[in-house]
Design a protein around this ligand. Structure first.
Ligand SMILES: [Zn+2]
Length: 101
């Protein structure tokens, strides 16, 4: 039985991502303020969509994780609706800003 990497109580599987436990977060900066890809944030405001790295990959070298996140982002419908993809560490430090268009 592999060690469960999500320890916050969300009970995410290791092949999933967790908004508390994953090491990296990516945010699409959508071009259109009225974009259908906006999501409802905690305060009820529309915010840019965010996705987290997969827990099972979190121990891999940062460069590998970032590369995998960017290629995953390119296959998502949000990619063509965005100007930038921002990648953050869990503590909020911006580590990569990918120009899309
Ligand atoms: Zn968790």
């Amino acid at each position: 039985m592999p060690k469960q990497l999500c320890t916050c109580g969300n009970n995410r599987k290791n092949n999933e991502s967790c908004n508390n436990c994953s090491q990296y977060k990516m945010v699409f900066l959508l071009r259109d303020k009225q974009s259908p890809f906006k999501i409802r944030g905690t305060a009820g405001k529309e915010v840019n969509p965010a996705f987290w790295s997969f827990l099972k990959e979190d121990k891999r070298p940062r460069s590998v994780i970032i590369k995998n996140m960017v290629s995953r982002a390119k296959r998502m419908p949000q990619w063509n609706a965005s100007n930038y993809l921002m990648i953050y560490e869990r503590n909020g430090n911006l580590i990569e800003k990918v120009h899309i268009c």
